[in-house]
Design a protein around this ligand. Structure first.
Ligand code: TIU
Length: 219
């Protein structure tokens, strides 16, 4: 059984009950010129995630373990976008990479370096959390997944919301700190602390080399 040195305690999982969740590694959040940068954000805080996450995904795939990707976005007619979200601006407007966070647009899709492989599910989600109004729970139940390694962006927004949703549904979540990113260094630090505080109130936090080492010890 892989055993990962994590905060606040060791995180263990079986190879047949774990999935890697990759949250919203989309061009519009990550690329210079995209939606994220247009809001005044420093996208380099997110792009530093690509390399360690790519290595984690490679180790994960080498073990034949499941990866589930998500993308935040909306139907072209915006019928699944709450008026309150629309009112804050951006969504559906023309951006550098097509209509912002609209399904089918270039900017809505996942960065080339982390492109899903054929057969890996891509869950399209209208909200911040990956469980809200999606088929994610059904996918996990189908394969009896009980533990999640949660990665992606942004730490305090879609990663946190998803970890909280998963925690309330009974899934144990491990977050590799170097595989999640926030535009705000302070939110990155505190977001991770919040997960592991109070005995792991929402989950566990480790680093990806530790997760990879635990996986490779299985060979
Ligand atoms: N995926 C995700 O986190 N969506 C966001 O809008 N994040 C921000 O930090 N803005």
């Amino acid at each position: 059984m892989p055993s990962v040195d994590a905060r606040p305690s060791t995180f263990t999982f079986e190879l047949d009950n774990v999935a890697l969740l990759v949250i919203d590694m989309q061009r519009d959040f990550l690329l210079p010129g995209g939606f994220g940068e247009s809001l005044g954000n420093d996208v380099s805080q997110l792009s530093r995630v690509i390399e360690p996450l790519s290595a984690l995904m490679a180790a994960w795939r080498a073990q034949g373990l499941p990866i589930i990707h998500t993308r935040e976005g909306h139907q072209p007619d915006l019928s699944d976008c709450p008026p309150s979200k629309l009112a804050r601006g951006g969504i559906g407007e023309q951006g550098a990479f097509g209509r912002i966070l609209i399904r089918g647009e270039y900017g809505h899709d996942i960065v080339d370096e982390l492109a899903p492989l054929a057969g890996e599910p891509v869950v399209d989600k209208p909200g911040k959390g990956a469980f809200y109004a999606t088929e994610l729970q059904e996918l996990l139940e189908k394969d009896n997944i009980q533990k999640l390694v949660v990665t992606g962006v942004t730490t305090e927004v879609c990663v946190h919301t998803t970890v909280r949703e998963a925690n309330d549904r009974g899934y144990d979540c491990l977050v590799p700190a170097d595989c999640v990113g926030s535009y705000f260094p302070e939110f990155q630090r505190v977001g991770l602390e919040m997960i592991a505080a109070q005995g792991g109130i929402f989950g566990w936090v480790a680093d990806s080399p530790t997760v990879i080492a635990a996986l490779q010890e299985q060979k």
